[in-house]
Design a protein around this ligand. Structure first.
Ligand code: NAD
Length: 359
């Protein structure tokens, strides 16, 4: 059956990097038999400019109908002064919550060709391959009550609520165990069970869920230690699973271990593996429109989409090999450029990936 893909370039460099990813998709359709229909729509600041909403009804409708969504990035200086309810980021958060994309998969992979890009010693990070599974639709970012209230005497107090239902913990645990089964079969669950009752429950439920996966090795780690271990000896981890806020912080930390924000894809999945795929970086307004952005994170997001939603692991592998080939050939966009390598533009990087795919 033909699958439907919704393409949402968004703002800033989103337009340029998604254009390169679309060329890769078109090549897979034309030359490798990928059976997929694509449609484009607006999200973020460009959608606000056109319709007054960062997530227009039509975009949401198409997103609901699609099997997968490819998103560039949203945001930019132009929209920073808008009311928070219509800021570009609301488009992204709206998609995640409306589609119940509760499982955020953030790989932190360091290509051996880029080992020098990390601020850590090459032997600590070379060959790094971690998958962080972050719960994305619950926890303290969504818990009620929340707000800022005035106390007796007039002092203000800010407050948020950390909440997780058993079912929410169970389903994210299951995603992590399933992914670990396709990798090195190890899951480290990260919590703060020594201080927070909510994550004490998290630890209990993850442990219970693990019983259905006798071949997976489960360990637990407090988040403060996990942050230390990520920079001390990151290669000890295979899959890490954690709450929304801890995952937000740890996945950025893990991304920086690789030193190349322009290289890292991500996926957000629902219970049926419908997914939204996007690079981890933002819209980079400082370099937008200059044809210098690195399109590889977006192209690698297409590979993740093929693997996790479209069940086309072989095609995913082809994209990953093509990316590795262009790095072997010494091609680098400005963000990952180093002495002795050839600096190329966004579109030239796209050309090179297409050539490697077809070779
Ligand atoms: P950013 O990720 O856009 O940029 C950080 C730095 O990395 C910049 O110097 C940028 O030039 C560089 N960079 C990012 N992606 C790159 C790429 N593909 N190639 C080369 N260089 C790249 O983060 P920011 O500057 O904090 O945020 C800019 C805007 O993006 C803000 O409006 C923010 O809200 C938004 N944002 C959106 C998302 C998203 O859409 N998922 C994520 C983060 C930030």
């Amino acid at each position: 059956m033909t699958k439907k893909l919704l393409i949402l370039p968004g703002d800033g460099i989103g337009q340029e990097i998604v254009a390169e990813a679309v060329r890769v998709i078109d090549c897979l359709k034309a030359d490798f038999g990928l059976n997929i229909e694509t449609e484009q729509a607006l999200v973020g600041g460009t959608a606000y400019d056109a319709s007054g909403s960062p997530l227009p009804e039509q975009t949401l409708k198409l997103a609901r109908e699609a099997d997968a969504i490819l998103l560039g990035a949203v945001g930019g200086y132009k929209w920073e002064e808008l009311d928070i309810s219509v800021r570009p980021e609301k488009g992204l958060l709206g998609l995640r919550s409306e589609l119940d994309l509760f499982a955020n998969l953030r790989p932190a992979i360091l290509y051996p060709q880029l080992a020098d890009a990390s601020t850590l010693k090459p032997d600590v990070v070379s060959g790094l391959d971690i998958m962080i599974v972050r719960e994305l639709t619950g926890g303290i970012y969504f818990g009620q009550p929340r707000g800022v209230r005035e106390l007796e005497g007039g002092e203000r107090q800010g407050y948020n609520t950390l909440v997780y239902r058993e079912s929410e913990i169970r389903r994210i645990g299951k995603v992590a165990f399933d992914i670990a089964g396709k990798r090195d079969s190890r899951v480290c669950s990260v919590d703060k069970a020594n201080v927070l009752e909510c994550t004490e429950l998290w630890r209990e439920i993850v442990t219970e869920e693990a019983r259905a996966y006798p071949d997976i090795e489960l360990s637990h780690m407090y988040v403060d230690n996990a942050a230390m271990q990520l920079v001390r000896a990151p290669k000890q981890f295979d899959v890490m699973v954690t709450t929304n806020m801890f995952g937000d912080i740890l996945s950025d930390c893990a991304a920086m271990l690789t030193g190349s924000i322009g290289m890292l894809p991500s996926a957000s999945l629902d219970i049926n593996s419908k997914g939204m795929y996007e690079p981890i970086h933002g819209s980079a307004p400082d370099i937008a429109g200059q044809n210098v952005a690195n399109p590889l994170a977006t192209i690698l997001s297409v590979a993740m989409m093929l693997r996790y939603t479209l069940d086309e692991a072989e095609l995913a592998g082809r994209i990953e090999s093509a990316v590795s080939k262009v790095l072997d050939d010494g091609l680098r966009t400005r963000d990952i450029h180093s002495v002795g390598m050839r600096e190329v533009s966004t579109s030239a990087m796209g050309d090179a990936v297409l050539a490697a795919l077809r070779a």
